[in-house]
Design a protein around this ligand. Sequence first.
Ligand SMILES: NC(=O)c1ccc[n+]([C@@H]2O[C@H](COP(=O)([O-])OP(=O)(O)OC[C@H]3O[C@@H](n4cnc5c(N)ncnc54)[C@H](O)[C@@H]3O)[C@@H](O)[C@H]2O)c1
Length: 388
Amino acid sequence: MAETSGETGKQRVKKRAIAVSVNVPAEAMSYPVLIGQGLLERLGPEVKRSSHGVRKVALVSDENVMPLYGAQAITSLEAQSIEVSVFTVPAGESSKTPERAVELVASFVESGLGRHDVVVALGGGVVGDLAGFAAATFMRGIAFVQCPTTLLAQVDASVGGKVAVDLPGGKNLMGAFHFPTAVIVDPEVLTTLATRELSCGMAEMLKHGALFSREHFEAVQASASGILDDAEQISSSLVGASVALKAACVSRDPHELGEAGKGRVVLNLGHTVGHALELLSGYEIAHGEAVGLGLRGAARLSERRGLCEQGFETMMTTALDTLRLPIDLDNWLERYDDRAMIRAIHADKKRSKDAVSYVALEGLGRPSVLALKPAEIVGILREGPSGC
Ligand SMILES: NC(=O)c1ccc[n+]([C@@H]2O[C@H](COP(=O)([O-])OP(=O)(O)OC[C@H]3O[C@@H](n4cnc5c(N)ncnc54)[C@H](O)[C@@H]3O)[C@@H](O)[C@H]2O)c1
């Protein structure tokens, strides 16, 4: 991670930003993820710097975020003589549909957006995935800048270039790789975020630690209570550490083509079961919460398979509890019968023939990818914690 300094437009106060570079060797490109308090003010200059010749921006946001941060974003863009068209979608997963993406693309056409213009996503993972998918398909792909406003989107959804919408049969089934030209992460916007959403973001941070760094896992756990009581306590360096771990993994395997265990497929830790529960609950359970339950499931399966030490599930459950995430995996599993669970896991895009690439852990920082049939996964999880 490199440190850069920036200037705020109004106050001309020096602000320090952390810059993480994400490399996409196959496309001979890289893009910066800039992290720092107050960085939203630098949206305009960053759009201009990353997209030469930009005249117009399609600013996509949702009905919660636009009233909070839309004006700041527009001011910053207009100060660079960029014309802004605003598109506000309803908040929540129900906006991540092909129909909504088509509406957006049609609106880009109506507003006269051209090949050298830019789509800016200002919002959580839903807005990022939806606006990114629209940017990927409009005129076969135009530039895209991410301004993630949830913790989950800051540390995870906006890094890696995956954009998608959901189909009735499963999440993210229609999507693309469309790498942003820049990602601007301003932790200040997290002060208006609901505590539940902060917990969800911390679930993904914990996942990064579980996969790549015991130190980060412990740092996330140690800072959780303070952050959940007061979002101002979240530091750019903690967010930056998570971004850097994900960015390093994505840079090794930008298009998820890597050999099992060596590529970005490991980022699916907690997601196979998490996505299934999310889908079956009709999205009653939030994505980060579902990932948390999936992390507990992965710890259980790893322990039951003898991959890691005894007590691993208990350790993971304690960490999730500290993050104030749901830990009642068994109650959630009881809600759905085997057939429903198996079908939901099969709908997950990671399947290959009958088996899915299931990410387990040999310990903190030691992922292991197993080819498992959904029935095996469900069967092992239903056995309950080791010792039961
Ligand atoms: N592309 C990827 O790599 C990737 C990775 C992880 C998750 N995702 C996707 O991200 C989505 C979940 O993202 P999310 O958890 O950010 O949900 P979200 O986008 O629905 O945001 C959660 C809620 O917070 C509100 N909100 C956002 N920022 C706010 C702020 N600063 N202040 C107040 N309210 C704010 C939103 O309006 C919404 O109601 C899922 O669809 C998931 O599949 C994508």
